[in-house]
Structure formats: structure tokens, C-alpha cells
Ligand binder design. Structure first.
Ligand code: RFL
Ligand code: PHB
Length: 389
């Protein structure tokens, strides 16, 4: 089989890239290791920047998000027993949208199917080859049969544990990594949200976040130990711990119920440089990971594929390599700022094992400064709603 762009991975990055390329008349094939149901079952991101929603609109996959998504004009920070609202709309003119990654993925999958584009799910042993030549190809096994996809370019959209980045020779890539000494335990429940906006809480027992998927479905997270296992967290323990980390008003309006999903995610900052290796590009989590505190991962995947799709359009329509030559620089420039912001949000909101009492007091001082200084609040707000691209 032959295509212009072979996309590895059918997560948000791969699916959105596929639709953008299709809109620009560039044919592409997606190879995905898992089944569609498996991909749709991963409960992850919930908060979209306006720029991400605009990209969904551009590919004709945004209408359900506009109907069902919840537009948030502000966000709340809780610390030292009280809560403070940050008016994102007033400070930046922008809003955020609650619309789950599972819904984004479903809408993009449906758009891809409606456009009749080829996606090969359950492709085993996917491997990119010869991307340092003019004839890259991707080998894979489907239903026990060895297959090959020849192409002009390979887009590695296969997430942090994917094969694309791993195929680059070590001397050609530099990686940067910080692993945080805690994780997030998240639960999904069929209960109304505590508040109509998100609450990020700094507490002596550890971080907590109250978010949602709809006005009937809540998503809550508490900071947990890296050694913890979900079995050690029956629902009752989770709700008790969450209550201890929230202010009284939030506790009074918290409605608890059985969890319908529960998982633990480790927190990590990671960047691979560069994001282009000859005729292979990395995009999304394949190139960078941020801790979820700033809600930036999926939004960065979206900005990467916007840069990449424009660069490829320039290559095919204008016979110019300028865009693809500049892709890595542009994408990394935006990614590093999100890495910085996510690290900073993580550092002011979590309990670190070595912080001591002085560290806890400095965090509260920083949060207090933050909510009372217009300059500091504006800085948080403009990063939170997403830097321009
Ligand atoms: P994905 O979603 O990991 O998709 C990669 C796809 O590649 C496939 N794959 C392969 N296919 C073929 N061959 C191989 N060898 C392959 N290896 C892997 C995988 O099966 C998969 O389908 O990466 P992508 O597309 O770059 O998307 C990134 C986002 O998923 C991620 O950044 C976000 O979920 C991060 N994130 C958040 N981002 C936000 O923007 N806002 C949020 O509110 C937010 N909250 C979160 C989050 C991530 C979390 N966790 C669990 C890490 C909350 C959490 C708890
Ligand atoms: C979510 O809704 O799952 C979510 C929202 C904001 C974050 C992280 C996760 O910072």
C-alpha cells in the first residue's frame, strides 16, 4: 500500500492530523496498535483550549463539542481554607471548554469514517524505516500477515510509549525528563459537579482537583503515592480523602456516588528534541509529556498537528520545504512554554516529600500573591487558556 503520509497512532494527535491533511487534499493512512474501543475507553483529558476547539471546527468535527461541551469562563484555586476565582474571560478574552478526550476521539473517528479514509486498527509490530532517505516506509503485521506502507512522510503520533521516537538512533535525539514523586488518582462518577467551574486545591494532605465531564458526571483527582494501587482506594476512602482536601463550602455541595472508572497516573515532564528526523515527524505525547496540572497535553498535541499539517500543505501545494524545516523549532517553542507552565502549576499545588514546613508556607505565600496580584493572575490566565499559535 502507498500513501503520502503514514500516521502511526490513532489518538487525538493522529486522528486530528489525518483530518487536517485530508482537508488540504493530502492522503494519509493511520496505523493503530489497539482496537477502536480500547482507544475510546481511555479516560484522560477533559479541558480544551479555544484553539483546539477551532481545529475541531476546521475539520468539521466540532459541532457536538459546541452542543454538549461546557464553556468555562473562570477557574478556582483553593488554599489555606478558602477559595479564589480567576476570571479567565475578563483577563484574557478567552474561555476553556470541558469536553472529554473520549468525545474528541469519537468525533474525529466518525469524521474519518465518513470521509472514507483508511485506518488500520490492531496493526501489530508497527515499525518505521528509512526515514533518513527519500523513501520511508512503515512495516506492520495485520491478522498475522506482514504488510508494508510506503509513503513520503511518517508522522509519529504514537504517544509516550510509541515506536516512532524509539526508532531514532540515540545520537540523533536528546531527551529531557523529570519524574514527580507522586501520582494522580482519578475517579469518574455519575454525580453532579461540586461547582460549575474547576477547583484546584493545595492542601497539607496533598493536591486535589474537582472537574467534570458534564453537569451529571464528575471527574475528581487526588494526589497519591506512586506506590499506591487502585485496589487500596475503595470509593469510600477516595471521597473521605477528597473531602479532607477541600474547603467547607465545597464539602457541603459535594455529592458522592459509586465510581465508574478509577485509575492512577504518574506525573512526568518530558521533551524530545528535535521533533523531526528526516522524513519522520513526532507530534503530541510521542514528543513531549506534561503533568496534567495545567491541562495542556491534548492541547499541545493539537497545536503540534496544526503546525505539521500547515508545513505539509506548504510542501505539497507550494513545493516549499520551509514549513517542514521549521516544524521542530515552532512546535518545541510552544511545547517548552507549556512544559514550564505545567511544572510551575504542579510545583505550587502539590505536596512534595522534601518540602518541609517552609516549602508549604512558601507555596501558600505564592498562591496568596497570585490571587491578589493582577499581573500574576493574568500570567496564569494567559498560559491556562493557551498561548497563541
Ligand atoms: P495518545 O493519546 O497516547 O495516543 C497515541 C496512540 O498511539 C497508539 N500507539 C501505537 N500505534 C501503533 N503502533 C505502536 N507501536 C503504537 N504505540 C502506541 C496508542 O495505542 C494510542 O492510541 O497520544 P496523543 O494522540 O499524542 O494525545 C495526547 C493526549 O492523550 C494526552 O496529552 C492527554 O491525555 C493529557 N491530559 C490532558 N491533556 C489536556 O490537554 N487537558 C487535560 O485536561 C488533560 N488531562 C491528561 C489529563 C492525561 C492524563 N493521564 C492519564 C496521563 C488527565 C490525565 C489523568
Ligand atoms: C480533567 O477534566 O480531567 C482535567 C481538567 C483539568 C486538568 C486536568 C484534568 O488540569
Amino acid at each position: 500500500m502507498r500513501t503520502k503520509v503514514a500516521i502511526i497512532g490513532a489518538g487525538p494527535a493522529g486522528l486530528l492530523l489525518g483530518q487536517l491533511l485530508h482537508a488540504y487534499g493530502i492522503d494519509n493512512v493511520i496505523l493503530e496498535r489497539q482496537t477502536p474501543d480500547y482507544v475510546l475507553g481511555r479516560i484522560r483529558a477533559g479541558l480544551l483550549e479555544e484553539g483546539t476547539v477551532e481545529l475541531l471546527d476546521e475539520v468539521g468535527a466540532g459541532s457536538r463539542a459546541h452542543r454538549e461541551g461546557l464553556v468555562h469562563e473562570g477557574v478556582e484555586l483553593a488554599f489555606a481554607g478558602s477559595r479564589h476565582r480567576i476570571d479567565l474571560k475578563a483577563l484574557t478574552g478567552k474561555t476553556m471548554m470541558i469536553y472529554g478526550q473520549t468525545e474528541v476521539t469519537l468525533d474525529l473517528m466518525n469524521a474519518r469514517e465518513a470521509a472514507g479514509l483508511t485506518s488500520i486498527y490492531e496493526a501489530a509490530d508497527v515499525e518505521p524505516h528509512d526515514f533518513d532517505t527519500d523513501h520511508p516506509r512503515v512495516s506492520y503485521v495485520k491478522d498475522g500477515v506482514a504488510c508494508e506502507l510506503t509513503c513520503d512522510f511518517i508522522a509519529g503520533c504514537d504517544g509516550f510509549h510509541g515506536v516512532s521516537r524509539a526508532s531514532v538512533k540515540p545520537s540523533a535525539i536528546k531527551t529531557f525528563e523529570r519524574i514527580y514523586p507522586f501520582g494522580w488518582l482519578g475517579i469518574l462518577s455519575e454525580t453532579p459537579p461540586v461547582s460549575h467551574e474547576l477547583i484546584y486545591s493545595n492542601h497539607a494532605r496533598g493536591f486535589a482537583l474537582c472537574t467534570m465531564r458534564s453537569m451529571r458526571r464528575s471527574r475528581h483527582y487526588v494526589q497519591c503515592s506512586l506506590d499506591d494501587h487502585v485496589d487500596q482506594w475503595p470509593d469510600e476512602r477516595f471521597w473521605d480523602e477528597l473531602k479532607r482536601r477541600l474547603d467547607q463550602k465545597a464539602v457541603d455541595s459535594l455529592i458522592t456516588g459509586p465510581s465508574i472508572e478509577k485509575s492512577i497516573a504518574p506525573l512526568r515532564s518530558f521533551v524530545a528534541e528535535p521533533m523531526r528526523f528526516g522524513r519522520m515527524f513526532l507530534a503530541g505525547d510521542a514528543a513531549h509529556i506534561v503533568p496534567p496540572t495545567g491541562a495542556k497535553g491534548l492541547n499541545l498535541a493539537a497545536s503540534d498537528v496544526r503546525f505539521l499539517s500547515h508545513a505539509l500543505r506548504e510542501y505539497y501545494d507550494e513545493k516549499s520545504s520551509a514549513g517542514i524545516d521549521d516544524y521542530s523549532r515552532r512546535a518545541l517553542s510552544r511545547a517548552w512554554k507549556a512544559v514550564r507552565f505545567s511544572w510551575w502549576m504542579t510545583s505550587i499545588l502539590h505536596k512534595f516529600p522534601d518540602q518541609g514546613e517552609i516549602g508549604a508556607r512558601i507555596q501558600v505565600a505564592e498562591l496568596d500573591y497570585l490571587v491578589h496580584s493582577r499581573a500574576a493572575t493574568t500570567s496564569l490566565a494567559e498560559n491556562y487558556v493557551g498561548l497563541p499559535y
